[in-house]
Design a protein around this ligand. Structure first.
Ligand SMILES: Nc1ncnc2c1ncn2[C@@H]1O[C@H](COP(=O)(O)OP(=O)(O)O)[C@@H](O)[C@H]1O
Ligand SMILES: [Mg+2]
Length: 286
């Protein structure tokens, strides 16, 4: 047995615990990437980019066209395999080889276009690709779908997110754009264990519907799932984001605080009109 080293000051009865140095409460990092590289021929889409998503936050990713936002999100959601760099989920290295791998690991992605299947009902859409099968070997063999249970769970999910849809057996094509996007977000939120990623979730929506989806995204965060949102809509970004990751020329050039930076400064860094070093420390949010 190894003896413990003698404490420098022996404890005495009734002694208070030693004062700990004031540790800044640092939120847990849920999803992280370091030095991601992705090349397409001679185009470098990701040039050693870093990324960090923390627990309880909405993180916006902004950047000019071609900055590598979509490629970054694809790497994090398993849609592409980076040429170099590492991704960590809850601190553990992960190597996604397909979107299914990322989904199994608890990362759900809402894509702008193929969000929902219009001719199917809301309930069917919520469970698209992973319908709940009835119990029993015969049902499994025949891949019977348990419609009743699907419907019950769908209603519960929608109520959780307050989308305000009356009938779950309504076809999605009868819904407004905002409600459809709501179905896609609800589906992601219902299945995600760790992270929800949304690429331009409000791009195709009107003002009212856009606001509804923003509200929904906030609720997803408040229900305990951190959210990554890519958006070109600066007012939306500033309204909803807790932190803003600025991507430029394939790299993360700054992470800024929407409460302390002006929109014009964030855009200037994004376009290269301003260097990140010109920002004052309170504007940064690392
Ligand atoms: N599949 C691809 N094949 C070739 N080049 C690509 C491909 N995907 C992205 N790129 C290039 O990589 C760069 C970054 O693209 P992307 O990640 O889509 O940027 P963003 O989403 O910020 O507009 C661009 O120059 C783009 O043309
Ligand atoms: Mg893109």
């Amino acid at each position: 047995m190894k003896p413990n080293p003698a404490p420098s000051t022996p404890p005495h009865p009734g002694a208070l615990p030693e004062p700990q140095p004031e540790a800044a409460p640092r939120p847990r990092v849920v999803l992280e990437a370091r030095g991601l590289v992705k090349r397409y021929g001679h185009v470098t889409a990701l040039d050693g980019t870093d990324f960090e998503l923390r627990e309880g936050e909405i993180l916006a990713v902004i950047g000019d066209n071609g900055a590598g936002k979509s490629t970054l999100i694809k790497a994090l959601s398993g849609a592409i395999i980076p040429d170099a760099g590492q991704i960590f989920l809850d601190g553990k290295p992960v190597h996604f080889r397909s979107p299914i791998d990322a989904r199994r690991a608890g990362i759900e992605t809402v894509y702008q276009d193929l969000a929902v299947a219009p001719a199917m009902t809301i309930a069917e859409n919520l469970f698209l690709g992973r319908e709940i099968l009835r119990k029993g070997w015969l049902a499994r063999l025949l891949r019977w779908i348990d419609k009743k249970r699907m419907l019950e769970e769908a209603i519960a999910d929608m109520q959780d997110l307050k989308i305000g849809i009356r009938s779950m057996s309504q076809a999605v094509e009868t819904l407004s754009g905002g409600q459809r996007q709501g179905v896609a977000v609800a589906r992601a939120a219902a299945f995600a264990q760790h992270v929800v990623i949304m690429d331009e979730p409000t791009a195709a929506l009107g003002v009212k519907e856009g606001n509804m989806v923003l509200e929904l995204i906030r609720r997803v965060r408040d229900n305990g799932l951190p959210v990554i949102i890519i958006s070109h809509n600066m007012p939306h970004v500033f309204e909803i984001a807790d932190r803003i990751h600025i991507q430029r020329l394939g790299k993360r050039v700054a992470v800024v605080n929407p409460k302390t930076i002006r929109m014009s400064d964030a855009v200037a860094v994004m376009t290269g009109a301003k260097m990140p070093e010109e920002l004052s420390p309170e504007m940064l949010a690392y």
